[in-house]
Design a binder for this molecule. Sequence first.
Ligand SMILES: Nc1ncnc2c1ncn2[C@@H]1O[C@H](COP(=O)(O)OP(=O)(O)OP(=O)(O)O)[C@@H](O)[C@H]1O
Ligand SMILES: [Mg+2]
Length: 908
Amino acid sequence: ELIKLSVLIVVFHSIAMHSALSPVDVAVRQRTSLKRDKNGPIRTTRDFRTRNIRNIYESYHRRALTYKSATHTFNITTQVCDRFVFCRVSNPKSSEGLFSLSLSLFFNSAMSVVGFDVGFQSCYVAVARAGGIETVANEYSDRCTPSFVSFGPRNRSIGAAAKSQVVTNCKNTVQGFKRFHGRAFSDPYVQAAKSSLVFDLAQMPTGTTGIKVMYMEEEKVFSIEQVTAMLLNKLKETAEAALKKPVADCVISVPSFFTDAERRSVMDAAQIAGLNCLRLMNDTTAVALAYGIYKQDLPAPEEKPRTVVFVDVGHAGYQVSVCAFNKGKLKVLGSAFDPELGGKDFDEVLVKYFCEEFAQKYKLDVRSKPRALVRLYQECEKLKKLMSANSSDLPLNIECFMNDIDVSGTLNRGKFEEFCAELLAKVEAPLRSIMEQTRLKKEDIYAVEIMGGASRTPAIKDRISKFFGKELSTTLNADEAVARGCALQCAILSPAFKVREFSITEVVPYPISLKWTSAADEGISDCEVFPKNHAAPFSKVLTFYRREPFSLEAYYNNSKELPYPDPTIGQFTIQKVVPQPSGESSKVKVKVRVNVHGVFSVSNASLVEVVKSAEGEEPMEMDTPAKEDEVKSSLLMAFLMVLSIPSHQGIHLGKMIMQDKLEKERNDAKNYVEEYVYEMRDKLHGVLENFVSEDRDSFSLKLEDTENWLYEEGEDQQKQVYIDKLVELKKLGEPIQKRYTEAEERPKALDELGRQIQQYTKVVEAYKAKDELYDHLDELEMMKVDKQVNETMTWMNNKMNLQSKQGLSQDPVVKAQEIQAKTKELYSACNHIVTKPKPKVEPPKEETAAEQNGPQAQSLPALKYFSPAGSTLTEGLWIVFHSYSTIIGLQIYSHDICKHFSSYYLKG
Ligand SMILES: Nc1ncnc2c1ncn2[C@@H]1O[C@H](COP(=O)(O)OP(=O)(O)OP(=O)(O)O)[C@@H](O)[C@H]1O
Ligand SMILES: [Mg+2]
């Protein structure tokens, strides 16, 4: 009874723990667990749904209860730890442990561990599955999903499908929107980019940047958050298809140079996409994690760390970071970047060159035609990649480029590098900056890891390598490392996965200051709270002396270094501040924090009532621990007044997804009709030729009519019209198809029946001939077999006779299914009779191994079922219960094996 009770408790805890992520699932399971133990001590489940989900997880972390049976009293302590629930049952008098149980989470399946690398040009999705991290492919079996969203008159397309429309639907196909996150429409970056974009930008009512497109035949303006949410939703679907379960928890990558506003904007996008972003992770830090976590030979914690430089050259940005690795941890020492240097700038140089060349050679103004320009960008990128691998002259040819003119040109790597000299000169500055910031010498660098597509450019590689005076390492996948790092981080943060302990310390990329109106002299005071490269996430407590509510303004104090026009982070108002009863200023503690996403906030503020008055009128103290004479603190509200208010109100992502789905279904329905027409037309003159009755011509005609219809009025119809059309065609086609299938299946079925008849006839004959092999069989029963065999044979001969008179174009006399049923009937009537074993004369002297195992296997069938051959399961004592509808596995004392068990459970 106690064990059963403990089982219920651990199951309950598993549910509570699991509920942190999947409330709906829990609500369902909760009812079942209540039913199971109505009078038992598990009653707290009642308020399950009304409470904050995360709180439930915390509040059930550790719990003790007393269980009283008629004769005994026991203490039961349970604890949730990692993804295990431990339960200890003890005697309250002696506190002697009686037994303990542990249960690994059965319900992990609803938690997702996913990492998204949302790049300027392309995205990657990595998931944790089958004990490893895997980059997963999209519906085109491609692991790279282009960061493109295309809007059409009926639907949207995202990723590869959108990229394929970049030429045909260029005005409504958006790309390169990543860097508009958190930027006002008037932002110089946005204004500069606007002129080179093929699609239109617009100002949102809140002042932020929006994208203007024609969607569903209407002009629409979408915010950047909405467009990124569409892309994220696509990536989410890719992950869901791979994991075969809903995805919510994830980690998303951002460039390390993103400011607060940009990060908050990405978080908003994730929220619109229905994602629960556990961390916004800097690209280079994600890579550092993917690099370090698998390394077995890192220096011990007390030893000198291994210093590695990570360089990511993407499509739009160039990032460098230095990380110090010790066993189980990585610390980012510093980061540097050039947000204006990436693969796209090299494309730009090529496009400029060819625009000039084509203007001269063909008198074409390429920039006046968006479609031509988009094609030129595509071809130039291809040429750029070819030049990375080949230094000879390479051609660039585009047919029917503009005004029906074919254009061509050539270029080689040497010349290209000359054109890009200015860009290439920018490679060194961030490298120099990072060495100065961290005060490291080049000899201190253990390795330089490069990633990002543009890091494949030989001239960039040369410069980096020359700067450090060493060969570059490419141990990581240049395209996928960021996504893999994010998935690893997600696995670390998720209770659903057991990952090697690995701690990550980030840095604050830009120094953050606070300014406020000083109480004493009415002037403005200012203080740097987080200097550049300060460790993050990190909290600090600041102390103020105030009589009334006051405001703090957070800002980046080095606006020269900031790749963003507005240094302000936000205004925070500390409310409800009142003077001390004596009339003196109150001590107010304000907690400021740079969180895991790299976002600054005032996380808490409290008023401290001081019994003895504090000495000195110091306006502010940092990191002051609470003094003993401070007795009471009450929570104050801290309000963040963000300058750019997220502008995604009124988004109907769900509606758009539904619209895309309907459009896809409509297209599929049309494709099915088209496919059927082509397939049947081929078959009518092929395999089905002999199976068509006299109505062949009318069917052929019908197919031809339908084909014409598809190109004319059937081009654009409702889904149901296509469905009806297909039904109409199938009415004619299906009988022919069926006759063909029957003709294929019938001989096989007859063969099988004939084989069985022959087999039983042989036994009957042998029995009649008094063969000693069969002399133990019952005579009456054998007569039955004989009769059944004869009847079946007559049936078969009769059917075969009739069928032989039937032409192929006529419906068959007997169906393959009927023959199979007859075979089954014969088998069940005869098999058990003819295979009856001959009784053994002497009983075996020794028991066989199987018999020895028999009783045990019988009493614990589930154990037998779950034990994988060759495993070490026997190390622990296993008890397996068949409990209600599920099988609950329990293992005593050996938790590692429990993990093993749980995976077998899920498979089972
Ligand atoms: N072999 C190559 N030689 C030169 N450039 C290349 C090569 N392969 C890819 N690239 C370039 O790399 C860039 C894309 O890199 P990547 O996919 O890392 O960017 P992203 O992650 O989308 O952008 P970002 O990191 O800036 O947000 C493109 O400019 C592409 O042309
Ligand atoms: Mg990238």
